[in-house]
Write a protein that binds this ligand. Structure first.
Ligand SMILES: Nc1ncnc2c1ncn2[C@@H]1O[C@H](COP(=O)(O)OP(=O)(O)OP(=O)(O)O)[C@@H](O)[C@H]1O
Ligand SMILES: [Mg+2]
Length: 291
């Protein structure tokens, strides 16, 4: 998941280096407190960027510089994330030669079916922000979808009109389901039997379990159940016992803590330090020099 290359500008001397940091002109300059496209400026070259930023900084405004994602051609995507899926998405397209697609700047909206990669990026962006419901704005770049913004209280009217989908209904259904499955502290619940608990085990480079299926790994014999398997960014819930383990897999396990302890990657050993000698004997109270 990525965002368009972005940097802050400290002072006047930093403008040209900042433009280079995001890959050179043209660049987009944004006021930190902008909205509805106001305060979003396209600077075609370094000279204009310098003049604009100098002007803004003279009025004590904070600005950032961003790579201009030209290939997005005045369009952006708004994905509405509810829980772990995108329930609706629309594309906004700027009017004429305007590059800002905001509806307040005359942009038009249409329903769009997002490709799986964009859906994944939108959901991940919401999750990173800790949001169950979010409006994620993305640009379609040559490098794939780039996240511009994650809104924690997205408006629904615009996207419901554009997509003709009942998004409010989807949100209500999601919340109702949350009530059926209230969040519980799994670790705590599973720790109630003495000696049992949840731990994440990592299959180390030299582990004997590499190449073995979960069934043949010997975990079950050690009273350990695998709840999820994480491989890179992929997570497999309830992995089948036939699944073959690979180096660097991370296994979220439930089991006997003592037998899991042997499988937890060894902590780096602490540097050897000289042992502390015995403490000097404490003087008796009556031996204290009197004040
Ligand atoms: N780096 C960029 N490259 C190309 N187009 C951009 C870029 N940043 C913004 N835009 C265009 O400008 C529009 C407005 O930018 P942005 O969403 O960042 O500001 P805003 O709408 O004013 O703020 P907010 O979304 O917080 O209300 C975007 O919808 C997009 O069409
Ligand atoms: Mg915006």
């Amino acid at each position: 998941m990525g965002i368009p290359a972005t940097t802050f500008v400290r002072d006047r001397n930093d403008v040209l280096p900042a433009v280079e940091r995001v890959g050179g002109a043209p660049v987009v300059i944004k006021l930190l407190e902008g909205t509805q496209g106001i305060g979003v400026i396209l600077a075609p070259d370094k000279k204009v960027a310098e003049a604009v930023i100098e002007t803004l900084q003279s009025t004590k405004q904070n600005v950032l510089i961003q790579r201009f994602v030209a290939e997005s051609k005045g369009r952006d995507i708004r994905a509405l994330v509810v829980g772990d899926r995108v329930v609706a998405a629309m594309r906004r397209t700027a009017q004429g030669d305007e590059f800002r697609s905001n509806v307040h700047r005359g942009g038009t909206t249409e329903i769009v079916k997002l490709d799986p990669e964009s859906q994944r990026v939108a959901v991940q962006a919401a999750q990173i922000m800790g949001l169950k419901i979010a409006g994620v704005d993305m640009l379609e770049s040559d490098l794939g979808p780039l996240v511009m913004e994650v809104n924690s209280s997205p408006g629904l009217q615009g996207i419901e009109t554009a997509t003709d989908l009942d998004i409010a209904g989807a949100i209500i259904d999601f919340i109702a389901n949350q009530v059926a499955f209230p969040e519980l502290d799994v670790r705590q619940r599973l720790s109630v039997s003495a000696g049992y608990g949840v731990a994440e085990l990592q299959i180390g480079e030299g582990s004997g379990m590499i190449g073995a299926s979960i069934a043949d790994s010997g975990l079950r014999e050690r009273d350990i159940s695998v709840l999820t398997l994480s491989r890179g960014t992929k997570v497999v819930p309830n992995p089948k016992s036939s699944r073959v383990l690979e180096s660097n897999d991370r296994l979220l396990c439930f089991g006997e803590l003592e037998s899991m302890r042997d499988l937890v990657p060894a902590r780096r050993r602490r540097r050897a330090r000289p042992k502390l000698g015995p403490l000097p004997p404490q003087p008796h109270e009556d031996e204290q020099p009197s004040a």
